[in-house]
Design a protein around this ligand. Structure first.
Ligand code: FE
Length: 215
């Protein structure tokens, strides 16, 4: 019955439905309402921030990686000064304090986690996947990175070293994966499609090149 009453109450003053929300979501909306009522934020500012975050997607990371694969000079700049390299590509990373690009090799694979909470290069990739925020991933990425990667379908040979990087509020990471074999003839745009989000976190490799028919 309580649900029925809440549903009848319909939308709140600020236009969000109050029914069917978890306790945490209701708390977030309540905080938002107070910030609006006290004039600390305007509705326009909140909407602008939502649009800013929604415009950040893993496609930005894929663009950086594909450019680094085809342009060795850009790769050097990306590793030496990631924020400047982002700006070259029209990606605004200035809100990040420290930003580090980790280059995977045939001998070393990097894995990114935030053991404390959910720190992630949001200004570049947008919101992290839910599993990245889970307690299970945060604990196991440190204790058993090879096992975690195997569960993502990524069987890293024992001879390959795995380095785990713990993100913080001040330090965010992006993995530069190894370019898949057999992609020499692919364009930068085609290469971008191989760079999946999870390969930028380091749990998996990029997608393999699609073999040509009949070859
Ligand atoms: Fe965090």
């Amino acid at each position: 019955m309580a649900d029925h009453v809440a549903a009848q109450a319909g939308e709140s003053e600020h236009g969000h439905p109050r029914h069917e929300l978890s306790a945490y979501a209701r708390r977030v909306y309540a905080i938002r309402d107070i910030l609006l009522e006290k004039g600390i934020l305007t509705g326009e500012e909140i909407q602008a921030q939502i649009e800013y975050i929604e415009a950040r997607t893993p496609a930005n990371g894929a663009r950086l990686v594909a450019r680094a694969w085809v342009d060795p000079e850009f790769k050097k700049r990306l590793l030496a000064d990631p924020k400047a390299a982002c700006s070259e590509m029209g990606i605004d990373a200035t809100s990040l304090n420290e930003f580090v690009v980790l280059e995977n090799t045939e001998k070393v694979r990097h894995l990114v986690v935030c053991t404390l909470c959910s720190c992630y290069p949001r200004p570049i990739l947008g919101r992290p996947p839910d599993w990245y925020k889970s307690f299970n991933y945060r604990a196991r990425a440190v204790n058993d990175p090879r096992g975690v990667m195997r569960e993502f379908g990524n069987d890293v040979p024992d001879a390959v070293e795995i380095r785990v990087h713990d993100s913080t509020a001040d330090m965010r990471y992006l993995v530069l994966p190894v370019r898949p074999k057999g992609t020499e003839s692919l364009s930068e745009e085609e290469l971008q499609k191989l760079v999946v989000r999870d390969s930028l976190i380091g749990v998996v490799d990029p997608l393999p090149a699609v073999p040509e028919q009949g070859v």
